[in-house]
Design a protein around this ligand. Sequence first.
Ligand SMILES: Nc1nc2c(ncn2[C@@H]2O[C@H](COP(=O)(O)OP(=O)(O)O)[C@@H](O)[C@H]2O)c(=O)[nH]1
Ligand SMILES: [Mg+2]
Length: 289
Amino acid sequence: MTIQWYPGHMAKAKRQFQEKLKLVDVVFELVDARIPYSSRNPDLVEMIGNKPRITILMKSDLADMKRVNDWLKFYESQGIYAISINAKQGQGIKEVIKLAKVVLKELFEKREAKGLKSRAIRAVCVGIPNVGKSTLINRFARKNIAQTGNRPGVTKSQQWIKYGKELELLDTPGILWPKFEDQEVGKRLAVTGAIKDTLLHLDDIALFGMSYLVNNYPGVLADRYKFEKRLETEMPLPELLMEITRLRGFKDDYERGAQVLIHELRDGKLGRFTFETPDDINEESDFNE
Ligand SMILES: Nc1nc2c(ncn2[C@@H]2O[C@H](COP(=O)(O)OP(=O)(O)O)[C@@H](O)[C@H]2O)c(=O)[nH]1
Ligand SMILES: [Mg+2]
């Protein structure tokens, strides 16, 4: 698998994010609750330095809540502030603010002690394409309409979205790219729809998804596509995909079968899944470095 991003484009996005960083108290790092590890950008920690960060697990409505809770425990053990939300339904927005207040309590108390005027917490969202940055920003915007005007040091394109008196969020997010550290990461990004289908073969993505489900969520495929459960393990997966294709009425149009399976999987029609656990993560990949 060879995936090429445009280095110039990425460098520019990185630079733009670093400009935004200067304006905020805290960074909201958005990751996908189905792949909290693979959907992060490992360079972020170094980029933001000492600035506080809150990791927000997005699309939790599509994720396996038991595993999401394992992830939250893992983050806690690493001293990382994290929270899971469902931005589509608007669940968890208030909790994000509550957590931001906790994270910044000391900093704001120090400001107060110095006699500085109290002000809203300033934040910026950052994450890979498609993780839900715009959706989250819109959630904050709809609650309280007003966008503040320009401030010194803020270019015209940088606007603040106000959420009550408590939070000001930059209206444009930072965009970072996922890192394809290995094939597995690429497949997880593909199966959740984080990267375009053209980058991997549809049937490869479908077979990866099927194999993950058979091993981690047995019976799910059999229930959805109405075949005997024992076939999940008795039939080679490519044949099973062919069988699903036939059961769906697509005859031998394997590609079409793969496409439907992937889309249903991504849309949550087969259930709620998380495709990696903290235990899967290599001991050497430190979330704090
Ligand atoms: N199911 C679900 N879908 C979401 C959620 N947040 C965003 N999405 C969907 O994910 C897709 C990408 O979202 P978007 O905000 O445009 O991502 P961005 O590229 O990071 O700005 C859209 O189709 C959203 O509707 C969520 O919490 N749950
Ligand atoms: Mg967007």
